[in-house]
Design a protein around this ligand. Structure first.
Ligand code: URA
Length: 435
């Protein structure tokens, strides 16, 4: 008979767990038979001793099977998904999903809400007037069949094991473990049912993984888990030492996404979107990554991807004219400019602080219960590498109220900027890729 104290001891001593022991832990915890204190001890042992490839793959499969699993087999064609490990200003899903769908690859996407200093796709989409992300399974599937794309909030019972484990990890200092992060992310991706998954593993001051080596290792582990489960998977390791694009905050990010879908938009955001789309299309068999990058570039520049975004908005109850008449997107009433009190180059940005400043303005949640202000946030005018003169605007901040929070956000954002006399060395946006 398997006993939880023995499983904890085995992992604490660095031994490999059997599939039966892993199933026992996951099933027992979801069923309420294993208490939080034993699960915390187990996860702490995983933090210290790790898991090998077979263990982490089995843990992920057991977690994915702990609740509902989306079965997309009745939808013809290749279904592709993407996942970002979370960053500041990361609105890539809003661009990449319609871009890929416009080229004939199905996108049946479940997304999350933002928590902490990073935003969530569902909140961003809800800043489009009328847009609903609460779709029934039937409607979700039918929409993918009809127009090739749907983006919905995660259903209540998708990977309950992860919900329980993540809540416990958050309060027991067991978040930063590669096997636990990889199984958490990949269990949700496997349960969401797509054939192909492209992972964007962020690295830098605004990301979970501060270091390139750890980010690459996380990417490798997640790709291996996906392949072991019979999916096509690839990953990019990308820089999150600087916010992506200029806008941070829900409707402000939708505005920037529409700019990018119109063939304009910030160069870094456009480049990453094209790379993610190229990898998704390549997994779907549309050609080499190079050939797919060309396809994606054309669809972004000739308006095809923007048209698909309009169809997505209309299908989910939103006002599709918002893509051409962006005044329909609500932007918060008050704005303040952050003025530079020095001249020089922006040498570095503390990206996490940029995200926290946007949260303070009302764009993010500090707790799951917080109601966010969809029109709040900030638009950077200067980023790392830019020359700034004293008196120039560094950023514009938007909020629905003036007062303490605006003052705190201005103060926090000022501290996020670091300056030097010489221009800093250019950083690569796309650091690595893992197949
Ligand atoms: N995102 C997740 O979904 N899980 C983690 O553990 C970390 C990031």
């Amino acid at each position: 008979m398997i006993r939880m104290p023995d499983v904890i001891t085995k992992k604490k001593n660095g031994k490999k767990l059997t599939n039966e022991e892993i199933d026992f832990v996951v099933h027992g915890y979801v069923a309420g038979e294993i208490p939080d204190y034993q699960m915390s001890a187990f996860m702490m042992a995983v933090c210290f001793c790790g898991m090998n490839k077979a263990e982490v793959s089995h843990l992920t499969k057991a977690m994915a099977a702990s609740g509902d699993q989306v079965d997309l087999r009745s939808i013809p064609g290749f279904k592709a998904d993407k996942h970002s490990t979370g960053g500041v200003g990361d609105k890539t899903t809003l661009i990449v999903a319609p871009l890929v769908a416009s080229l004939g690859v199905k996108v049946a996407k479940m997304s999350g809400r933002g928590l902490g200093h990073t935003g969530g796709t569902i909140d961003k989409l809800e800043s489009i007037p009328g847009f609903s992300t609460a779709l029934t399974t039937d409607r979700f599937m039918e929409q993918v069949r009809q127009i090739g794309i749907a983006i919905a909030g995660q259903t209540g019972n998708l990977v309950p094991a992860d919900k329980k484990m993540y809540a416990l990890r958050d309060v027991t200092s067991t978040v930063d473990s590669i096997p636990l992060i990889a199984s958490s992310i990949m269990s949700k991706k496997l349960a969401a049912g797509s054939n192909g998954i492209v992972l964007d593993v962020k690295c830098g001051s605004g990301a979970f993984m501060k270091d390139k080596k750890d980010a690459k290792e996380l990417a490798r582990v997640m790709v291996d888990i996906g392949k072991a489960a019979g999916r096509k998977v690839s990953a990019l390791v990308t820089d999150m030492d600087v916010p992506l694009g200029y806008a941070v905050g829900n409707s402000l990010e939708v505005l920037e996404a529409i700019e990018t879908l119109s063939g304009r938009g910030p160069a870094d955001l456009r480049k990453l979107c094209l790379e993610l789309a190229a990898h998704m299309l390549a997994l779907a068999g549309k050609g080499s990554v190079d050939a797919c990058r060309k396809l994606a570039t054309t669809a972004l520049d000739d308006g095809t991807a923007l048209t698909t975004f309009g169809k997505l908005i209309a299908a989910q109850g939103g006002d599709p004219s918002a893509v051409s008449d962006t005044k329909k997107l609500i932007v918060a009433k008050y704005s303040h400019e952050l003025i530079s009190d020095v001249s020089g180059y922006v040498s570095r940005m503390d990206t996490e602080q940029v995200g926290i400043a946007a949260s303070l303005l009302g764009a993010g949640r500090m707790t799951k219960e917080d109601v966010i202000d969809l029109g709040a946030g900030l638009v950077l005018r200067k980023k790392t590498g830019d020359r700034v003169e004293k008196g120039e605007t560094l950023a514009v901040l938007y909020a629905s109220e003036e007062g303490e929070r605006m003052a705190a956000a201005l103060e926090g954002l000022r501290k996020a900027y670091h300056f030097s006399e010489k221009a800093p060395k250019k950083r690569d946006l796309i650091i690595d890729s893992v197949q």
